[in-house]
Design a protein around this ligand. Structure first.
Ligand SMILES: Cc1cn([C@H]2C[C@H](O)[C@@H](COP(=O)(O)OP(=O)(O)O[C@H]3O[C@@H](C)C(=O)[C@@H](O)[C@H]3O)O2)c(=O)[nH]c1=O
Length: 187
């Protein structure tokens, strides 16, 4: 397993080993004792699975307000995505900056999105499935979205409009939202 830092403090790219043989491969996708130190002792309580029919589907940018804020460990098991984390921790030197990693069924990479970050992804292929672990339960009353095109992210969509949900289409711009996270509270 490889654990790599990103320019955003706490956000990590994890690449589990794959054991290939004539049948295919075997991979341990999450082993708590191997990653818990790197992930700051986070405890996951919910696993999510989403399927997107079409390439060019964009989900995000999402977060839950405290006390239901979530860290996420994201991977793609079919197709591929451009997966994005945005630092939304007031007081962080990388506040407002984003990092993207291509996650695919083929590369098996995972992106760890810490508490205090926004998360979103764009599907790069039809029939894409994404699985992710969350460190807090879904709390609809605290679920928030920020406009995908308001955080200077260079989405690889070449001027096309992505397919998004009604909720995401009505999202406020990054600059207009009061940040509920502080660096200290997320440490
Ligand atoms: C996120 C979530 C949604 N739902 C329901 C609410 C709604 O009826 C339906 C679809 O929800 P959404 O439109 O919010 O799904 P989606 O746009 O896929 O939301 C997800 O996007 C990615 C980027 C994330 O980071 C996730 O945390 C989550 O916010 O599923 C749950 O029951 N539990 C959950 O944990």
């Amino acid at each position: 397993m490889k654990i790599e830092e990103t320019p955003l403090d706490g956000a990590l790219v994890i690449t589990p080993d794959r054991f290939q043989d004539q049948r295919g491969f075997f991979s341990e996708t999450y082993v708590k004792k191997n990653v818990e130190e790197a992930l700051g002792g986070v405890e996951f309580v919910q696993d999510n699975h989403s399927y997107s029919k079409s390439a060019g589907t964009l989900r995000g940018l999402h977060y839950q307000e405290p006390p239901f804020d979530q860290a996420k460990l994201v991977r793609c098991t079919r197709g591929s995505i451009f997966d994005v984390a945005v630092d939304f921790r007031q007081g962080s030197i990388t506040y407002g900056e984003w990092y993207a990693e291509e996650l695919s069924a083929e590369n098996g990479k995972q992106l760890f999105v810490p508490q205090g970050f926004l998360h979103g992804f764009l599907t790069l292929e039809d029939d894409t499935e994404v699985l992710y672990k969350c460190s807090n339960y879904y709390a609809p009353s605290h679920d928030r979205t920020i406009a995908w095109d308001s955080a200077n992210i260079l989405w690889p969509i070449e001027g096309q409009q992505p397919i998004i949900s009604e909720k995401d289409a009505a999202a406020p711009a990054f600059q207009t939202v009061d940040c509920p996270f502080s660096l200290e509270a997320c440490a």
